[in-house]
Design a protein around this ligand. Structure first.
Ligand SMILES: [Zn+2]
Length: 329
């Protein structure tokens, strides 16, 4: 905000568009992490910390916010500089660093200072490590990815897993078996438009995690901590059980805790349920009516709970009224 054209403009920027405040650590400034950083900056996030060890190569230009003028430059610092230049309200900084190589206290400090950590790397080892670090400092984390499967089109289906600390949702490790068909976005071939659908949804989830009280955070269902997205590409036969209709759609999917205690978060499934298979591959064939995790919707449970709650409330009101009546009489 040193530029004089920006003097006093801070609040005008979001005057017509409610700002979503928050800070984020984005590990991986490739296609997903790069566009996500820009999106979070524009909706109001600041500060943003970007971490990535790589430099921008020609093959990145197809789907990266940085252009040819940044070729050969380290992605994270170059992108942070672009964000500060194009969108001065955001305090963005980039570290040319492999998160795995950072000293442990720096890893913890970066994660602890952020409201949300996003792991958008092409390394499962790094994603798993971010999971452990985020859990250890109690910061929510988000893992955007794209299904990589020979049976489906490139980047046809996006997956976004979000994890709350303290065992409130299954963690990245818990979900490892469940999401074994899903891999990172950067390794998946895919057009920029497919990637950006995942990015836009991830930004909404990140903002919702920071402000759970905001009405817009209703997109998060704590019982269903993965979001699957289907783009506007034709629907592959292997995906039709999960996405029966063609075109753009999303669904919130229940991720089960593992049967054995998770090594990372110590979470485990409390009681084996015949309705929740131990491992349901995202591409496992399921009918749209099937309430298994891959089908993503066990809808009838909630109305039942609501009906019981209403009945309990009515009984309680009558009880209290009768006690008051007795006391008063
Ligand atoms: Zn876990």
């Amino acid at each position: 905000m040193t530029d004089e054209r920006w003097a006093g403009a801070g609040e005008r920027v979001w005057a017509r568009h409610g700002r979503r405040t928050g800070s984020a650590l984005i590990v991986g400034a490739g296609a997903v992490g790069g566009f996500l950083a820009e999106e979070l900056a524009r909706i109001g996030f600041s500060p943003l910390r970007l971490v990535d060890p790589d430099t921008l190569a020609v093959e990145n230009l197809v789907r990266h916010p940085l252009g040819a003028s940044a070729l050969g430059r380290p992605k994270a610092p170059a992108l942070a500089e672009k964000i500060r230049r194009d969108f001065p309200p955001c305090d963005a900084t980039g570290l040319r660093l492999d998160f795995l190589d950072a000293p442990a206290d720096e890893q913890r400090s970066l994660a602890a200072r952020a409201d949300v950590v996003v792991a958008a790397t092409d390394s499962v080892a790094c994603q798993r490590h971010v999971n452990r670090v985020a859990l250890s400092v109690g910061t929510p984390a988000v893992y955007p990815g794209v299904w990589v499967d020979p049976r489906i089109r490139d980047a046809e289906v996006g997956e976004i897993l979000w994890v709350l600390p303290d065992g409130r949702t299954p963690c990245y490790e818990c979900a490892a078996e469940f999401r074994r068909s899903a891999s990172d976005t950067q390794a998946a071939r895919g057009a920029r438009v497919d990637i950006q659908l995942v990015v836009l949804a991830t930004a909404q989830i990140v903002a919702a995690l920071v402000h759970p009280e905001d009405a817009r955070s209703g997109i998060l269902d704590p019982e269903r901590s993965a979001v699957y997205l289907h783009g506007l590409t034709p629907t592959s036969p292997a995906v039709r059980p999960a996405f029966p209709t063609a075109g753009l759609s999303s669904r919130n999917v229940r991720v089960p805790f593992p049967a054995r205690p998770c090594a990372a978060c110590r979470g485990r499934r409390l009681a084996p349920s015949p309705r929740v298979p131990a491992a349901a591959a995202p591409l496992a064939p399921v009918s749209p009516e099937d309430p298994s995790p891959a089908a993503g919707d066990a809808g009838p449970e909630r109305p039942k709970v609501t009906v019981f709650a209403v009945i309990a409330l009515v009984v309680m009101v009558f009880f209290v009224a009768s006690v008051l009546h007795t006391a008063g009489g």
